[in-house]
Design a protein around this ligand. Structure first.
Ligand SMILES: Nc1ncnc2c1ncn2[C@@H]1O[C@H](COP(=O)(O)OP(=O)(O)OP(=O)(O)O)[C@@H](O)[C@H]1O
Length: 495
């Protein structure tokens, strides 16, 4: 029983454990986590939500387990006769705290959900190996060795169960009064010490998870330097107030129009460069995008528009150069950048089970809209997006065009100051495109809107300024009128 019971407990936690790792990693894999963080989800809230969810599930598991092993049901599992069930329950409660932190730790190292779940399942049982090796000569083991092996939570749990069974054999059982006494003469290791080790392990696993999440964020996200904890930027929010003083002299030429006379630029891009392996996706980009204007990034497939936007939102880190978004530096303070950002990514990032209204509510609240104002915010965007009939439809039941509309609504809601729309009208019919154009025009007041497209007509209608990109470089920038004048070819009909 000393070996069998730990194994039964490991198996009963196994399913919840690998599922938790899987679902946390799915959020990462499908970019949902980054999308939520871009629109204001604080990291602590993300982990707390997962913690509470797992805690509830595992509390049910341990309550059933304690009932099965300690109630006198006459089954093979009814092995506990003398122990106080409240101490047992508390023992398992500390074990589930460390188990949740174990799941968090496993999930940060992988980008693919199935790989993460597979490896986590394997590690779950590997973490119990030291116990299975040590169990034969447990009584001869030094205290230090027992403590060190207990850094693996499942080994610590197995030691704990072993002591609980020995206390049963002594016909006293585990009680609050003997929590820190060993059932074996001359041994200092006890169930109480195991519980202390659970808490030490939980803190250790959580620290590993939070640290590696920052330095190895995976496919999406900006990696912090390994010593980020010791840098000033990590502890101090650093905002540069934008205004006339920030105005740089931009050379005007045949293809580059003089900048408009607007004081505040929501986005200032300085020498931004991104290289994927050997492919230079964005090369030395210098561009300012102003308040109250729609700046269109126009370019063919592969011109570098999405890469530029991804760097502005912190989805990818730049190879060199930087940008100030609303005064925050994308290399140093991505949380500050995200404070005022709304994003409609190129591929719809929606929760299948949430309805249109629930999406708007969730993202509006993430961006800080107070509870009593969310209803009017939902109403406003459901009406503007012409999705009134679909307000209670789950997102997976919407058509492609409706999903794009919802994505734009999510980006705009909550008063985002800087709004990035990556090909917002792709897959829409002509009338829906025109309706969306009207909406974007109406909503640009007081915001810096950046929109990418490869449709010339869209750029012409929407763009206050159009930045033409090709092969990662800015080739021309100016108002539609300026560009038509300087780049226009062919016939000209003047009426
Ligand atoms: N994750 C990646 N790994 C390697 N190369 C990439 C990656 N993402 C983009 N690229 C390359 O970088 C270049 C710019 O791609 P990007 O997606 O930014 O272009 P785009 O202008 O947004 O095109 P589209 O209109 O098709 O979305 C392309 O040549 C693309 O193949």
């Amino acid at each position: 029983m000393e070996r069998l019971l730990p194994m039964i407990i490991l198996i009963s936690f196994f399913y919840t454990c690998i599922n938790t790792v899987k679902f946390i990693t799915i959020e990462k894999e499908k970019q949902l986590k980054e999308a939520m963080k871009i629109m204001g989800l604080p990291n602590w809230l993300h982990w707390t939500a997962w913690f509470v969810r797992c805690l509830i599930l595992l509390l049910i598991t341990i309550s059933l387990l304690v009932f099965l092993i300690s109630a006198n049901l006459g089954t093979d599992l009814s092995v506990i006769e003398y122990a106080d069930w409240t101490v047992l329950w508390f023992f398992f409660l500390t074990f589930i705290l460390v188990t949740i932190c174990f799941c968090f730790m496993m999930s940060v190292f992988f980008n693919k959900a199935n790989t993460a779940a597979g490896i986590a399942g394997l590690m779950w049982f590997l973490f119990a190996i030291p116990f299975n090796i040590a169990v034969q000569n447990y009584d001869e083991m030094a205290m230090g060795t027992k403590m060190a092996s207990s850094l693996l939570s499942n080994t610590a749990m197995s030691f704990g169960i072993m002591n609980i069974i020995r206390l049963e054999a002594n016909q006293v059982g585990l009680q609050w009064s003997n929590l820190f006494s060993s059932p074996t003469m001359g041994d200092d290791f006890s169930v109480g010490l195991v519980m202390v080790m659970f808490l030490v392990d939980a803190l250790l696993y959580l620290a590993i998870a939070l640290y590696f999440e920052q330095v190895m964020p995976g496919e999406f996200g900006v990696a912090k330097p390994w010593n980020f904890l010791f840098t000033r930027d990590f502890w101090k929010r650093n905002r540069i107030e934008d205004g006339p003083g920030m105005r740089q002299k931009m050379e005007s030429s045949a293809y580059f129009e003089q900048e408009p006379n607007i004081d505040r630029a929501g986005v200032r891009i300085v020498n931004l460069r991104k290289v994927y392996g050997k492919k230079v996706a964005v090369e030395g980009l210098n561009l300012n995008m102003f308040d109250g204007q729609i700046t269109v990034l126009l370019g063919h497939n592969g011109a570098g528009k999405t890469t530029t936007m991804s760097m502005l939102t912190g989805m990818f880190s730049p190879t060199s150069g930087t940008a100030l978004v609303n005064g925050y530096d994308i290399r140093k303070d991505i949380e500050g950048v995200r404070f005022s950002l709304g994003l409609c990514p190129q591929h719809n990032v929606l929760f299948n089970e949430l309805t249109v209204a629930e999406h708007l509510k969730f993202f509006a609240q993430l961006k800080g809209v107070p509870g009593d104002k969310t209803a009017s915010e939902i109403e406003k965007y459901v009406t503007l997006l012409e999705l009134t009939d679909k307000r209670n439809a789950q997102s997976h039941t919407l058509s492609g065009g409706m999903k794009r509309k919802l994505g734009v609504g999510i980006a705009l809601c909550g008063g985002s100051r800087v709004v990035l729309l990556d090909e917002p009208t792709s897959g829409m019919d002509p009338s829906a495109r025109r309706a969306l154009w009207d909406l974007i025009q109406k909503e640009k007041v007081g915001r810096t809107v950046i929109l990418s497209t490869h449709f010339m007509d869209e750029a012409d209608v929407l763009g206050d300024r159009i930045a033409i990109m090709a092969e990662g470089k800015l080739r021309a920038i100016g108002s539609p009128f300026f560009l038509k004048k300087s780049l226009g070819a062919g016939y000209r009909l003047i009426c």
